[in-house]
Ligand binder design. Structure first.
Ligand SMILES: [Zn+2]
Length: 307
């Protein structure tokens, strides 16, 4: 028995060494310690158990779509779930997530809502937040049916709705005030996530009309990290919006070689001209931003590859 176990352990060590060699070969460099921890955790499915005073936001690589996982020592929140499928469900399982305190569907488009259906089916969820606009897709009907069937608390998100968690995590809905019926994208729930001195602005697919409303309402939009709206399309991220947010870090959630041409060069140039550090899921894979409420650190699944 012991011999067998030793043999198994030796095999594992060998496998690990092979993976290390392979990663070095593929990347052509020796990655930093943090990147190693990320890679090994990713390969072996390390669960996310955080100490008090730490917040992680995972911008999960789902190709063309959004999925943002917010985690502290006591809260687990998912904002959007990418296209229909098990990508996000599997990611959460790999991280050891047994239940979610809150799921936010920013708006009913399939690249945000699709994977939420799979998550809602399999993982117990305490509350769903939704912009409360009617959409006549099969997917949306299915999503509502699961929420109803499982008796999940359903909150229509309106500007002013907030959650203040005991561990210091604050979630504020900044948008919509009332849905903008002309565009489903502009009904996107815009969330400000604050943890100590650090804040994140999650914008869904909100475009310029929504940005204008946010600016007109005079909110404090200033945020350390901006999830760039609508996959970096030129219909969002106006210069005045960026001047108000003044992010240090921008995350663009976008599929490699997507047919929309996202992200738009003018958006990238605007961010660069403001000295913003840019991360993209098409180039970096999954992006994890960690904060202690004072500083932020970013770890990516992949070293940026030029395209
Ligand atoms: Zn989208």
């Amino acid at each position: 028995m012991a011999g067998k176990r030793n043999q198994r352990r030796a095999q594992l060590v060998l496998l690990l060494l092979c993976l290390v060699a392979l990663a070095v070969l593929l990347s052509g460099r020796w990655p930093g310690l943090e990147e190693w921890v990320y890679r090994l955790e990713h390969i072996f499915g390390g669960s996310t158990v955080l100490p008090e005073g730490v917040l992680e936001i995972h911008f999960i690589d789902v190709g063309q779509g959004d999925a943002v996982f917010i985690v502290t020592a006591s809260q687990k929140i998912l904002v959007d779930g990418g296209e229909r499928g098990d990508t996000v469900l599997n990611y959460l399982r790999q991280k050891g997530v047994k239940k979610l305190d809150l799921v936010v569907g920013t708006h009913p488009h399939s690249d945000h809502l699709g994977g939420l259906v799979n998550v809602l089916q399999e993982i117990p969820v305490s509350e769903v937040m939704d912009p409360g606009v009617v959409h006549t897709s099969k997917l949306f009907e299915e999503y509502l049916a699961i929420i109803d069937e499982k008796g999940i608390r359903f909150t229509v998100a309106r500007a002013g709705v907030a959650r203040n968690y005991e561990d210091g995590l604050i979630l504020q809905v900044l948008h919509p005030e009332e849905p903008l019926l002309s565009s489903l994208n502009d009904t996107s729930i815009v969330l400000k996530v604050t943890f100590g001195q650090v804040s994140f602005l999650l914008t869904g697919d909100a475009e310029e009309a929504a940005e204008k409303e946010l600016l007109d309402r005079g909110y404090n939009l200033r945020s350390t990290v901006l999830k760039v709206a609508h996959h970096g399309s030129a219909t969002a991220t106006s210069p005045s919006f960026i001047r108000a947010v003044r992010p240090e870090v921008a995350v663009i959630m976008v599929g490699e070689n997507n047919s929309y041409g996202h992200p738009e060069a003018e958006v990238l140039e605007l961010l660069q001209s403001h000295g913003v550090e840019i991360y993209r899921t098409d180039r970096h894979g999954t992006i994890i931003v960690t904060t202690n409420g004072e500083t932020v650190e970013t770890v990516t699944q992949k070293e940026e590859k030029a395209s």
